[in-house]
Design a protein around this ligand. Structure first.
Ligand SMILES: Nc1ncnc2c1ncn2[C@@H]1O[C@H](COP(=O)(O)OP(=O)(O)OP(=O)(O)O)[C@@H](O)[C@H]1O
Ligand SMILES: [Mg+2]
Length: 428
């Protein structure tokens, strides 16, 4: 059993597809930075390899003489560094690149929080569909590389449920990379009733990018333009063309600009309430180069995909068909034990950045008519914007500071005694 001194706070880390939220347990809000990393590849002493393809080649392992250098945090990955590729350690919400992931954790501990992880118990969140292998490796890295004295891994949805002060709820989390429906009963996720889809915030941003490209509207991110004031209030803007910037760098920052436009101009259509969306005004969005992007019907049509999806193109794969959010919720309730269905839908908790569109909860409630008809009264709990954005982290912050939780930690000495099987035992 782990026992920390009274002055040692636990640290809570929620690594999401878009952003990593971290901070001391007991605080109200986390610090946030992008989950993507920058990577350059060098050969020998100072020879730049040039590109990821050259460094690694198709289907090959990395040449042992090629050195990878990682860059983390908003400023480091925004800097126009030659040949720097931008990558995410996660794929569909699961860790796929362990080196990159270690750099994200390290950035959270050393750069964002300025702590020595060897001195703090670390509470980590995980998706409901995480694999046993991944959670065991995560624990191993925490204990053996970061030398943390204690670790706990908790399910995202359970933490969100905690943040809403509920032991039983149906958690609907739509973030950047994944939308997940998870029934939580008495503080435990019901794993065989989890329903997930990759139709989340990033897909909507990519879809807007595709539509803008089709309309031949070029988006230049702020770090790829040179803006000079020629007269007071008048600027000349020239695109920066550096041949050694990678496509992944340009794409990442272009999508970040489009994401910002999406977040400020889009909303969910409430045409079901009689609103005629064809008469609703367009919204101007000022692009970094000073041009105005007039956001018209796209501002309704793209979020509409959440409730009325069409197959969307994945980058290299053929178009993927998606299920609507209301169908996913229905399926999850149907997969849950019939005794608890009523309680679940009376406590449907909405969370994640992709639910922040104006009108989201009203529309969701409207779309759940069939569900209430089949299973009983639906109550949608919509926490405020900050709580919805950071619900997983906030739940961790509450849990990590509870006195009664302190006996739950996996301690370093237990890890040394039991090894990997400890994880399933202590973090169900
Ligand atoms: N005000 C807003 N309106 C609409 N979408 C928003 C808003 N704020 C954030 N988002 C979107 O929410 C997504 C990020 O949400 P969140 O931080 O919950 O995801 P994450 O935890 O990083 O990823 P995931 O949980 O999917 O692994 C992004 O796609 C972002 O564009
Ligand atoms: Mg998340």
């Amino acid at each position: 059993m782990y026992s920390a001194g009274d002055d040692i706070s636990a640290v809570v880390v929620d690594v999401g597809t878009c952003t990593t939220k971290s901070g001391y347990a007991g605080l109200d809000t986390p610090t946030v930075f992008p989950t993507s990393v920058g990577i350059t590849y060098t050969y020998g002493k100072d020879g730049m390899v040039g590109s990821y393809q050259k460094a690694i080649g198709d289907g090959e392992d990395l040449d042992p003489d090629v050195k990878k250098t990682y860059y983390t945090g908003h400023n480091a990955i925004s800097y126009k560094r030659q040949h720097m590729e931008i990558q995410s350690p996660l794929s569909e919400g699961l860790i796929k690149d362990w080196d990159a992931m270690e750099h994200i954790w390290s950035h959270a501990f050393h750069e964002q929080l300025n702590i020595n992880p060897a001195e703090h118990p670390i509470l980590l969140s995980e998706p409901a569909y995480n694999t046993r292998q991944i959670r065991e490796r995560v624990s191993e890295i925490m204990f053996e590389k970061f030398h943390t004295p204690a670790v706990f891994i908790s399910n995202n949805a359970v933490l969100t449920s905690f943040a809403s002060c509920k032991a039983t709820s149906l958690v609907v989390d739509s973030g950047g990379g994944v939308t997940t429906i998870v029934p939580v009963h008495d503080g435990y996720a019901i794993k065989n009733a989890v329903v997930k889809s990759n139709l989340a915030g990033n897909k909507l941003t990519e879809e807007y990018y595709r539509i803008l490209s089709e309309k031949q509207i070029k988006i230049l991110p702020y770090n790829l333009i040179k803006k000079q004031e020629i007269k007071p209030g008048e600027y000349s803007v020239t695109p920066i063309d550096m041949p050694d910037l990678t496509e992944s760098f340009k794409k990442y920052h272009t999508l970040e600009t489009i994401r910002d436009a999406k977040e400020s101009a889009f909303r969910v259509s409430t045409s079901f309430l009689g609103e005629d969306i064809s008469t609703v005004a367009t919204v101007p969005y000022e692009l970094p180069d000073g041009n105005l992007l007039e956001v018209g019907s796209d501002r309704f049509h793209i979020p509409e995909l959440i409730f009325n999806p069409i197959p969307l193109n994945d980058l290299e794969k053929p178009a993927t068909p998606y299920q609507s959010l209301q169908k996913m919720i229905y399926e999850s309730v149907e997969k849950s034990d019939s005794d608890i269905r009523k309680e679940l839908i009376a406590n449907l908790v909405v969370s994640g950045g992709n639910t922040l569109f104006q009108g989201f909860s009203d529309r969701l409630y409207y779309e759940l008519g069939e569900l209430s008809h089949a299973f009983g009264k639906v109550k949608v709990v919509t926490p405020n914007v900050t709580e919805r954005k950071y619900s997983v982290w906030i739940g961790g912050s509450i849990l990590g500071s509870l006195g009664s939780f302190q006996q739950m930690w996996m301690s370093k000495s237990e890890w040394e005694e039991f090894g990997r099987p400890l994880v399933e035992k202590k973090c169900p």
